[in-house]
Design a protein around this ligand. Structure first.
Ligand code: NAD
Length: 365
């Protein structure tokens, strides 16, 4: 019997609530297909600081290393906001995990179901069929990881610098992820850069052009400057299919895509590593795009869809179980279409609790 081994890190706030729902959906989906789940749970973020004195204890890293993927909730909250920035849950847990597992590719589906167009700040006539795009962001290079410096100048002034660095090989490996994504979709990639100003972007654009021509000539490649891409995302997001970009531009653009797609409670994400797991697929970390939602934590009313859809991405990318992933995605779509809603996506319809929403999804698997 096939067994899926992964780490479960629920984290803080609504994390444990939506994680319980996602695990229920995963168990129901896989057991019907004769697949076993072997997961181990561990503390991360604020709860790990409280219990073990560190946002990412060694024991948690060991649990992650023992599995083929990580299903992650979210971390942080008001209780830990007074800690020094370097010790705060997001910075002290998420960034080191990304680094430790070389999670270089972040995929965020920008998916807004037709039934939920009300959730988007865009006028419905601009997105009559909802939104369906993907942002592929390079996650371990660029200005966030390049050399940094702060120094006092001779005249007493203070100067700080961050350096944006990219290697051709780093650009090519993120292009591989974008190509794979585009091949499973409409075959279009828009590469976003700032090649009119930045040297790294000149290399990015040249590499994208040459690499796509050599490796995937059937893919339609376009280039866009990041300032224009930000405008186009707000004007007509569906002109994109797969957007590929460097770390900082992707950080900003993917958040813009998130708000254009409505509730954070629906948005999942996958961060893929350089290493393959024992199934021959990338080791990855799968998490909702939103945070710990302290305003509704503990009430059992959070939307579990983002966490459930993150579980579906884990099945697809780290275990190669595309059909089961689609089964979950279709069940979520069907539940929403049948007016099963949590408060964040209710828009006048009756609201369900987190566990009722999970049950509605399981009923439609
Ligand atoms: P947030 O994303 O937690 O919440 C923003 C708004 O969206 C809130 O009104 C919240 O109720 C709503 N929301 C988010 N997810 C929802 C869901 N599943 N169902 C229903 N409503 C949902 O943003 P914030 O207030 O900026 O951050 C809160 C905490 O989370 C902070 O400590 C922050 O550092 C942390 N955070 C963690 C991550 C992560 O772990 N990856 C990401 C972002 C923020």
């Amino acid at each position: 019997m096939l067994t899926l081994k992964f780490a479960v890190l629920p984290g803080d706030g609504i994390g444990p609530e939506v994680m319980a729902a996602a695990l229920d959906v995963l168990k129901t989906t896989t057991s019907a297909a004769g697949i076993d789940l072997d997961y181990q749970q561990a503390d991360v973020g604020g709860i790990a600081i409280d219990n073990q004195g560190s946002a990412l204890p060694d024991s948690t890293v060991e649990v992650c290393e023992a599995g083929d993927a990580i299903l992650f909730g979210s971390v942080g909250g008001p209780k830990w906001e007074s800690l020094p920035p370097a010790e705060q849950p997001e910075r002290a847990a998420l960034l080191p995990i990304r680094k430790h597992f070389s999670l270089f590719a972040n995929l965020r589906p920008g998916l807004l179901f037709k039934e939920l167009t009300d959730a988007s700040p865009l006028k419905t006539e601009r997105i009559p069929d909802g939104i369906d795009i993907v942002c592929v962001r390079e996650l371990t290079g660029g200005i966030y990881f390049g050399p940094k410096n702060t120094r006092e100048l001779e005249d007493g002034d203070i100067e700080a610098s961050d350096t944006m660095v990219y290697k051709k090989s780093e650009i090519e490996r993120i292009l591989d992820v974008a190509i794979a994504s585009a091949k499973s979709r409409s075959g279009k990639i828009c590469s976003v850069d700032k090649a009119n100003v930045l040297t790294t972007s000149v290399l990015w654009r040249k590499t994208a052009t040459e690499y796509l021509a050599a490796k995937a000539p059937d893919i339609e490649l376009s280039h866009m400057y990041v300032d224009n891409a930000a405008m186009q995302m707000a004007r007509d997001p569906n002109q994109f299919d797969v957007v590929v970009t460097e770390n900082m531009f992707g950080d900003i653009l993917s958040d813009e895509m998130g708000i254009v797609c409505g509730s954070l409670g629906m948005l999942s994400s996958a961060s893929l590593g350089t290493q393959n797991n024992q199934h021959g697929h990338p080791f990855g970390l799968y998490e909702p795009s939103g945070g710990t939602a302290p305003d509704i934590a503990g009430q059992g009313i959070a939307n579990p869809c983002a966490q459930i859809l993150s579980g579906a991405l884990m099945l697809r990318y780290s275990f190669g179980l595309n059909e089961l992933a689609e089964k979950i995605e279709n069940a979520v779509r069907k539940a929403v279409k049948d007016d099963c809603r949590t408060g964040d996506i209710a828009f006048g319809k009756p609201s369900m609790t987190t566990s009722e929403m999970a049950q509605a999804i399981m009923d439609r698997l």
